[in-house]
Design a protein around this ligand. Structure first.
Ligand code: F3S
Length: 392
């Protein structure tokens, strides 16, 4: 890979060990994927924040980087952690877990990375259309590529962190227009009526496409939240990181390999996401973290209702959105729900909270929770989630 004179100096350690290590990570990655050079990026989004998923090993590495005084060169943010800072989780976990989690977040802060602790950084600051990014949260990556029109590969935590420190990423994969072209045509032959159905479609497509790039026709009037659910699910069950939704297939895509999704396949994909039909201990909304509109929508659904005493009703969003949605947050909490920031059900310790059965409208959560959280899952529409969480 060609390096500029300045990059050569960093590579040789002239700016210290942390920047040298970061550049070496990017060069290794670039060489692996035949990138010819590094390109500047607008922002970086780093995953690997929850102590539950990260564990101890990487903390030493983060510590070593941070203590050199190295700082992010571009706007950089982090994914949710395992704890919320209002303390909902604290009494359920040993003290050292809280300390370790705080330490991880502090180390990122020390490196100049903004502790937004959300998987929807685009609601905090929306990247420009056509901008190059180095993002490491698969749901945010697919959203940025498919809905916002930005360009990012699906980074891992270390490469996104390296990009934050250098301000660049290797030029390969989805940073090149030739790799962003659709190579399969999906025909959705049934009407999708809820964001949960969009999620189920995403899981079905992810499993069938693996890493192909689909143009998806037959989606009538998808809302932003529908596309967010579709993308998050697509990137969970497969490696696809960009899709093109449309009502009618563009001429250019007519000759592509075709895959039809009928009512039966969608119904099966939906049903397969539940592992049980029992009463939930927790109803969780907000994977990926809710937008302001989604918080507002949940507030409307729970208005005048009361959450059952034996059910936790969590709506997860960023602190940024929560602050803007104060009025709706109040309504949800008056009904007995909880608007939670900084974490999500998947990356926190659900079993320690006493959760055996989780109900959710997120296909991504339904896909991961049985293995990552060892809980049973009931997958349903948002309306059904609210109906189940609340008294009649
Ligand atoms: Fe975000 Fe957690 Fe879902 S990080 S995408 S809410 S699994």
């Amino acid at each position: 890979m060609h390096l500029t004179a300045e990059e050569e100096k960093i590579y040789d350690g002239e700016q210290g060990w942390a920047y040298q290590t970061a550049l070496k990570i990017l060069v290794k990655l670039g060489d692996l994927f035949n990138a010819e050079k590094l390109i500047p990026i607008e922002s970086s989004h780093v995953s690997g924040v929850s102590y539950k998923t990260l564990a101890d090993a990487p903390i030493e590495f983060l510590e070593a980087l941070a203590q050199t005084g190295a700082k992010a060169k571009i706007a950089s943010t982090v994914n949710p952690s395992g704890l919320d800072y209002e303390g909902i989780m604290w009494s359920f976990l040993p003290r050292h877990v809280k300390e370790k989690q705080e330490k991880i977040v502090d180390l990122y802060k020390k490196m100049g990375i903004k502790p937004v602790l959300t998987c929807t950084p685009y609601y905090v600051s929306k990247p420009k259309q056509g901008s190059h990014l180095a993002w490491a949260e698969s749901s945010a990556v697919v959203y940025a590529n498919s809905v916002l029109g930005s360009w990012t590969n699906r980074e891992g935590g270390p490469s996104a962190l390296a990009s934050a420190l250098i301000g660049k990423t290797p030029n390969y994969g989805l940073h090149k227009s030739e790799n962003r072209k659709p190579n399969v045509r999906i025909r959705v032959e049934t009407e999708l009526k809820s964001e949960a159905e969009y999620g189920a479609l995403g899981i079905f497509l992810g499993k069938n496409l693996v890493d192909k790039t689909p143009v998806i026709e037959g989606l009538r009037y998808p809302r932003e939240t529908d596309l967010k659910q579709l993308g998050a699910a697509l990137a969970s069950s497969g490696m696809t990181s960009v899709f093109y939704p449309c009502r009618r297939c563009p001429k250019k895509a007519e000759k592509l390999e075709k895959l039809a999704v009928d009512e039966q396949s969608l119904k099966k994909a939906f049903e397969d996401l539940s592992t049980c039909s029992g009463e939930p201990d927790m109803v969780f909304v907000g994977c990926p973290h809710c937008s302001l509109n989604e918080v507002r929508h949940v507030a409307r659904l729970v208005q005048g209702r009361k959450v059952k005493e034996n059910v936790r009703f969590w709506v997860c969003t960023s602190r940024h959105v929560k602050a803007k949605a104060a009025w709706h947050v109040q309504k949800i909490e008056a009904a007995g729900g909880k608007v939670v920031s900084d974490l999500c059900a998947v990356v926190t310790w659900l079993r320690e909270l006493g959760v055996d059965t989780l109900m959710t409208s997120s296909a991504k959560t339904a896909f991961y929770a049985p293995t990552m959280n060892k809980v049973d899952v009931r997958f349903a529409t948002l309306k059904q989630c609210v109906e189940t969480a609340c008294h009649r």
